[in-house]
Design a protein around this ligand. Sequence first.
Ligand code: ADP
Length: 664
Amino acid sequence: MGHSDIEERLRREVVVVCSQDGVCVARDGQAQRLLELAIGDSFVDCVDPGSRAKLAALLERAQSGPVESWELCVSVRGAPTTFTFDAERSDEGVVMVGSAVRTAQTDAVASYQRSMADLADLHRETARQKAELARLNLELSESIDGLKSLHAELDEKNDTLRRSADVKARLVANVSHEFRTPINSILGLSRLLLDRADGDLSDEQAVQVGFIRTSAETLRALIDDILDLSKLEAGKVSLRPRPFSVKELMSALRGTMRALPRAEQVELVVEDARDIPDITNDDGKIAQILRNLVSNALKFTPQGRVEVSARLTDAHVIFEVSDTGIGIPSELHDTIFEDFTQVDGELQRKVKGSGLGLAVSRRLASMVGGSITVASQPGRGSVFTLTVPRVHEEAAQMQALESRAKALDPRRAPVLVVEDDRQTMFLYEKYLAQAGFQVIPARTVDDARARLQTLRPAAIVLDVMLEAETSWKFLSELKERPETRDIPVMVVTVVDSSQKARALGADEFWLKPIDPERIRRKLSEMARRGPVSVLIVDDDATSRYLVRRLLEDTPYLLYEASGLDEAIALAREKLPRVILLDFVLGDATAFDVIDDLKAHPATRNIPVIIQTAKTLDAVERERLTRDATAILSKQSLSRELAITRIREALETSGIRSLGDGHAS
Ligand code: ADP
């Protein structure tokens, strides 16, 4: 509805003619209807008392000329109404022509007009914002394009950087190695000269050779540091956490540090740490860090004392190396840990060093799960604090994994993983657990042999390059022994030696790094290929069905026999790994089956689990305890119990056949 339509509907044309004293002398029909005004009525009565003075003033004004847009409040059938009109004097009286609009409606119109104006404003604002948005959008899409190309550029730079970092690491490692040999020769030869092995030296010559020797020593220390750093950066340093005694670490430190050169007035005190219990972390790396800190302390302490202490908190050991030396200005506390940084100073110029020791130490500290901090003031000495966890996280995870592997989970097929790298082991566990396998970890070939005495895994994952050995011999051993021959073995290694692996009998050969998804798929396939077969012997079809249901979803391959002859035939043909045997079989009993099995070498060692609903008498029980591996009562048979008994039977059969060299 348009603005003017509304106004039109609200407008009421009204004509009233009044005498000077406000008496109506004429009016049109509209006025008569709206104002209920008759001729001779007082118009004044129609007007609100508040407006009456205004009416009198108007009638007065109209005498002297026309009046425009005069407003009065009148009452139209009780509703307050605004009467807006023009007035003019005529012979009959004052003629008022105007419109009556309900006061409430006047407000409505006004507020409607305001709303319209607001709306128009809003519209304009929206249009403006829309334009702004379009502009921003354009800018954004330009920025995105920019970002994309920046990203691509960064990727490229990253690649180049990575490549050059690789090249640098290799170069540094190679060059440093190349340097080592001649430097060692120089050291050896200068030693010979100084020892006067080939005749005397003049004093001057001795001094000169001494200089040669010190310079060569400095150079060797520098190269050792560079090598350490490049190995750390290339991730070539591996962590070897193990339980060790802090007390022994401290006493070894005392021994090595005592031999270091130090100023005459400096006392070196290495605390006993007698009351600190063993911790599980990489002792080699911790010792290397401490040696570094102590040798620094000795270098930069012209007099006073260098002290090493160790104390325990809940989860950490805190080592402190404090000295009364020259100290380090606080603004350099961070920079000294960067590569090749040294604090300029008089003493600095005299002592040897590469500026790499602390950089290496900090990296080592982070490897052992710890950190190094420094507190120091020039002239007042320094305290370097090394905090390390009492049990390295990796070791803790490994312990947890090992203890999980101690209890076999009957719902999972065990996979023996022979692998020395913990991280890889965790990966195997993560992925194989998801696929329904239980990882049995072995870090060495001996570990693996020990586990095989009590366990027959569904498969073996075999890393070849172990820490101190290769596992080739173990592989051929596995494939030669009848009791382990059919366990599928997948060989995983860093060097391509698939031919050798296959020649020794490996079922699979993979190069590292492992692809977890592929390993999972392969293992599932292999576990299916060589399943453990179980023969169920029962004359009652319902009982066989029940056992079948109990063993659903297990890796076991099930055969069924309903009577004595069928059981014997299947046992000979399939050579099941376990037989679940009902005690009463029609006319026969379990003893008949057992007698037959024992009579034949091929079936003699198959473990038999007796299942029975019958209460056995003493004689029967005694015989069965001798001849059967386990007795299961049908009443209390559960899936858990059945699987556990089968697994135990498999294990004892493994031990029995391994018995010629190992157990029993
Ligand atoms: P460097 O081989 O030069 O000792 P580091 O990385 O071990 O290299 O140490 C870096 C620098 O930090 C040293 O050169 C020395 O300036 C300063 N610094 C390290 N330890 C101490 C200390 N205990 N007292 C004073 N200054 C030290």
